[in-house]
Write a protein that binds this ligand. Structure first.
Ligand code: G6Q
Length: 564
């Protein structure tokens, strides 16, 4: 068990006290058996489930009692979750290491209420960019916007990485049933040339539109890949004047966009108060809007806005993001769970785990708190996952019978977009069965009964018995949507964003910076110079030095063989 202690936060007393109370409570709660809890309390589902609009959250299959939830909510209160939340919604610069507001909620503020930063309402600019996006997306979708030969655009390629890739890609995949039938999307992110080559070889320059998505417009991978796309395009189109028809940019950096050769008329702006991993709601969502249309894109914003309102106003005990967050704190800081699995039973949500890996781990993967002190407690979990049904045939063994606690979110929809209803019923039966199996396990008696029911004699397989018993008692949340629509996807993604926010507050972290990604980038720049000049004299540790030398030597040998 790890605990929160060092902080100079003004609520230090109450926060520590709330943690201590939870620690004391944990000494008994660690022995809770969910089977017994369900047997003792017929109302357990009603007690520990919550519905908000299209989203049902069942959190009854967790190692909690009413007292646990009371104490967890006390911790949330003592951590000042509510006042931090209000500060975020009011445009305060809560990203203090970068002196920035954190206002992805403004991007989907569908009300008439202003949101101010330094006394200036950001909403007119937000609305104006959405109008610009709508106008442009509408023209591409209708065929009014054509390529340099007058052909309609059939393929949209988002060139971006990290937050400028994962969100649009995840949403595009999730909303495929809503896409324009005459337009396809592609996502180039990897600097491995194979990614760009593989996508370009499928495309026709006359009918392809590149959306270069980069907040800074200086990201090496994106700019390099965008330049490759530009050369590929010019090899057919010839005249640079045609670039305007085929390249648009989403960025905060106007000068760099112009320098790249993109017409500033075709630049879609966003702002430094939009974090990369929270940016799919901004112009970074342009490729989504082109693919699914303005109506569906705004429905996505509407869903997120509804969740924002819920988060901003619901009492903590009925506040879905707060509950999810505090359950995560319970697993992470008391049971010592190292990871958290995201398991969608929905083909269209297959990229959600990867999206949430970034959203969560880049936000709360920190070991220095807001006051600059090293923490002495666990912060963000390792988030991972895959579509649940495939996972069942791959890694679930470890969740069921391994030595680690792996809290998991099971996510599915009641209605499917697929016509294959039998498949949906099979999938949903597995969805329900897995959380039940994880919770109940299977006792020795039940195992023996199952063996006999299968026609075998228990005595003949006695040596297998210990392996066939499941201890169960594994925690999970079930999140059930009515149907995966733009609106419900907005609800779902915003739910996770706010969960991450709450956990960041409880752990006293700035969830909105990402200094940890800088060092590798800097070193890579130096090493690129060394590789390009084949100069190995720069100081490195012996491992890095020898690896670079080995690479250069082998590359040289290969080149000599080829030339000679
Ligand atoms: C997200 C991160 C990071 C960022 C990418 C791309 O929060 O900051 O993933 O989105 O590095 O950055 P650009 O959009 O500036 O190219």
């Amino acid at each position: 068990m790890t605990t929160v202690s060092n902080t100079q936060n003004s609520s230090i007393g109450t926060r520590e006290a709330a943690f201590s109370k939870l620690q004391e409570h944990f000494e008994q709660a660690r022995h809770l058996k969910m089977r017994d809890l369900f047997a003792q309390d017929k109302e357990r589902f009603q007690r520990f489930s919550l519905q908000f609009e299209d989203v049902l959250l069942d959190y009854s299959k967790n190692l909690i009692s009413s007292e646990t939830m009371t104490l967890l909510l006390e911790l949330a209160r003592a951590s000042n979750v509510e006042s931090w939340r209000d500060r975020m919604f009011h445009g305060e610069k809560i990203n203090d290491t970068e002196h920035r507001a954190v206002l992805h909620v403004a991007l989907r503020n569908r009300s008439d209420n202003p949101i101010n930063i330094d006394g200036e309402d950001v909403m007119p600019a937000v609305r104006s960019v959405i109008a610009h996006m709508s106008e442009f997306a509408g023209r591409v979708r209708s065929g009014d916007w054509t390529g340099y030969t007058g052909e309609r655009i059939t393929d949209v390629v988002n060139v971006g990485i990290g937050g400028s890739d994962l969100g649009p890609k995840m949403v595009y995949e999730a909303l495929k049933p809503y896409r324009h039938s005459a337009t396809k999307a592609h996502f180039i992110s990897n600097i491995d040339g194979a990614h760009t080559e593989e996508i370009l070889e499928e495309l026709n320059p006359e009918t392809t539109l590149f959306v270069v998505s980069s907040k800074t417009f200086t990201t090496q991978e994106t700019i390099t890949n965008a330049n490759t796309a530009r050369s590929w395009f010019l090899a057919s189109a010839g005249d640079e004047a045609h670039i305007a028809k085929h390249f648009v940019a989403v960025s905060t950096n106007r000068e760099a966009v112009i320098e790249f050769g993109i017409d500033p008329e075709n630049m879609f702006e966003f702002w430094d108060w939009v974090g990369g991993r929270y940016s799919l709601w901004s112009a970074i969502g342009l490729s989504i809007m082109i693919l699914v249309g303005e109506e569906n894109f705004t429905a996505l914003l509407d869903g997120a806005h509804a969740m924002d309102n819920h988060f901003a106003t619901a009492p903590l005990g009925q506040n879905m993001p707060v509950i999810l967050a505090m359950l995560g704190v319970w697993h992470n800081n008391f049971f010592g769970a190292e990871t958290h699995a995201i398991l969608p039973y929905d083909h269209y949500l297959r990229s959600l785990p990867m999206y949430l890996e970034q959203a969560d781990m880049e936000s709360n993967g920190k070991s220095v708190d807001r006051d600059g002190h090293h923490v002495n407690y666990n912060t963000g979990p390792i988030v991972w996952g895959a579509t649940g049904i495939n996972g069942q045939h791959a890694f679930y063994q470890l969740i069921h019978q391994g030595t680690k606690m792996i809290p998991a979110d099971f996510i599915a929809s009641i209605q499917t977009h697929s016509k294959l209803k039998l498949q949906h019923d099979i999938m949903m039966s597995n969805f329900f069965a897995q959380t039940e199996a994880l919770m109940r396990g299977r006792t020795l008696e039940e195992t023996c009964a199952a063996i006999e029911a299968s026609g075998l004699n228990v005595d003949d397989v006695r040596d297998r018995l210990p392996h066939m018993v499941f201890e169960g008692n594994h925690p999970s949340n079930t999140i059930l949507l009515n149907k995966l629509t733009p609106y419900s996807l907005g609800l779902l993604v915003a739910l996770y964003e706010h969960k991450i926010f709450v956990q960041g507050i409880v752990w006293n972290l700035n969830s909105y910076d990402q200094w940890g990604v800088e060092l590798g980038k800097q070193l890579a720049k130096q090493i690129l110079d060394e590789i390009e000049s084949a100069d190995t004299s720069a100081p490195h540790d012996s491992s890095t030095h020898n690896l670079i030398s080995y690479y250069l030597k082998r590359r040289q040998q290969r080149a000599e063989k080829r030339d000679g």
